[in-house]
Design a protein around this ligand. Structure first.
Ligand SMILES: Cc1ncc(COP(=O)(O)O)c(C=O)c1O
Length: 432
């Protein structure tokens, strides 16, 4: 629910269209479309006011220090980016939101803010390939080590948490296998681990909500501490701009803002504006349409003799279907299983990789509606081979992450569902 000028309540679907036209530092209510500013620096009224701005730029929203905010320099804060952040605070229900240049900038920013040398992270074994790469290639250089586990097995997670653990990290649904993790169960583990810990030593549950978007799932409501997003995907919706977002509690606001200021992963105002004006305002209608098509395509794949397995949280056969029904709901409480589908071709193991490549290549060369490309959440339906592409960094560990060499990830677009099915059918026939 969001509140209008006269205190009346409006749905979050309406909020996606109208946003917050007023914030503490600026007033935009005269514009029908929010203004896009293009000034990397801002004029300061006096030395004292400039100094105050620097002192308080990362002040917790709502605190006395945040009462006289000013804009100083783009990397510290910027009006268009500020509008996007205030929308996300409301959509995810957090006390603070900070936008970044990309999903990876947001994820690395939040992990840098939370971890120091000697700390540990426990992470779900199946996560986006570059997040996995960050955890195995870069964080260990800073003395932060990551233990991977299957978060669908809570008992396993609990045994891995030590006094040095600062983060429990997961994606749900997971990229690319669409495994669904029980957020309330993970939050309960974190709460038990935090009993008696100081604020500094707390474990935080960090959830990548990119696949679901706030429209389909709000992890903070299930007990997560922090939500991260790649806005480049479903939220932007048209594949034209990159962005990332961190939404969390007020007490982490300053740390996350300081990381962004000093590591510099700021989103460009133009990208923030596109995400706000085109992405957010069309999110609900796009997701509804894409989910309708995803349901049809997943059911069709499930009944296709060439397909060995299909994972889509909306299918009754999905191992965590009942959990997904509880956890993935839109603003009106309707089941909202998203637009991503994972599947593998069947048949004899010998030659499976070649048959899968032939299937993908047929789509790449002959299909009109299904494009071979990484990324997701665009008007166009995209297909890719995670084990060979987005998750290739897993290498010989792919099977421990539940990934087969013949894995395929389908990101449903806005085309006519029958046209997508017809292209998939032609590719299936080509490998028969
Ligand atoms: C689940 C998930 N998280 C994070 C990212 C990284 O986002 P970006 O490409 O915006 O850095 C991706 C990219 O595909 C993703 O799928």
């Amino acid at each position: 629910m969001s509140e209008g000028n006269d205190g009346r309540k409006y749905s979050l679907e309406t909020f996606l269209i109208h946003g917050n036209p007023i914030d503490a530092a600026w007033e935009y209510s005269h514009h029908v479309i929010p203004p896009l500013t293009a000034s990397t620096t801002f004029r300061l009224d006096s030395t004292g006011r400039g100094a105050e701005g620097f002192r308080n730029f990362a002040a917790v929203p709502g605190s006395p220090e945040s009462e006289r905010p000013i804009y100083i320099y783009d990397r510290l804060g910027e009006p268009t980016v500020g509008l996007l952040e205030s929308s996300f605070m409301q959509l995810e229900g957090g006390g603070s939101a900070t936008a970044f240049a990309s999903g990876m900038a947001a994820i690395s920013g939040v992990l840098l803010a939370l971890c120091r040398q000697g700390d540990e992270i426990v992470a779900h074994r199946t996560i986006y390939g570059c997040t996995y790469s960050l955890m195995i290639n870069w964080l260990p250089r800073l003395g932060v080590n990551v233990k991977f586990t299957d978060c669908r097995q809570p008992a396993q997670v609990e045994t891995l948490i030590t006094p040095r653990t600062r983060v429990l990290y997961l994606e749900t649904p997971a990229n690319p296998t669409l495994e669904v993790v029980d957020l309330a169960e993970m939050a309960a583990i974190v709460a038990r681990a935090n009993a008696g810990r100081s604020e500094e030593d707390r474990v935080r549950l960090v959830v990548d909500n990119t696949f679901a978007t706030p429209y389909c799932q709000r992890p903070l409501a299930h007990g997560a501490d922090i939500v991260v997003h790649s806005l480049t995907k479903n939220v932007m919706g048209f594949g034209t701009d990159m962005g990332g977002m961190v939404v969390g509690p007020k007490e982490l606001h300053a740390a996350i803002r300081l990381v962004r200021k000093d590591f510099g992963g700021v989103v460009a105002p133009r990208a923030a504006w596109n995400i706000l004006v085109y992405g957010l305002s069309s999110l609900a209608v796009r997701m509804d349409r894409q989910m309708d098509t995803a349901r049809k395509v997943a059911a069709w794949l499930e009944n296709n003799p060439h397909v060995a397995c299909v994972y889509y949280p909306g299918l009754k056969s999905h191992p965590q279907h009942e959990l997904a029904r509880r956890q993935m709901v839109d603003f009106k409480g309707r089941f909202a299983p998203g637009l991503m589908i994972y599947f593998e071709l069947g048949g004899p193991a010998q030659g499976l990789a070649e048959r899968s490549a032939k299937f993908m290549d047929h789509l790449a060369n002959k299909a009109y509606t299904v494009t071979l490309a990484v990324s997701l959440g665009q008007a166009k339906t995209l297909v890719e081979a995670p084990a060979l592409m987005t998750h290739s960094v897993y290498g010989d560990k792919a099977s421990t992450a539940g990934l087969s060499i013949s894995s395929m990830r389908l990101a449903i677009g806005l085309e006519d569902a029958d046209d997508i099915l017809s292209d998939l059918d032609a590719a299936m026939k080509a490998i028969a």
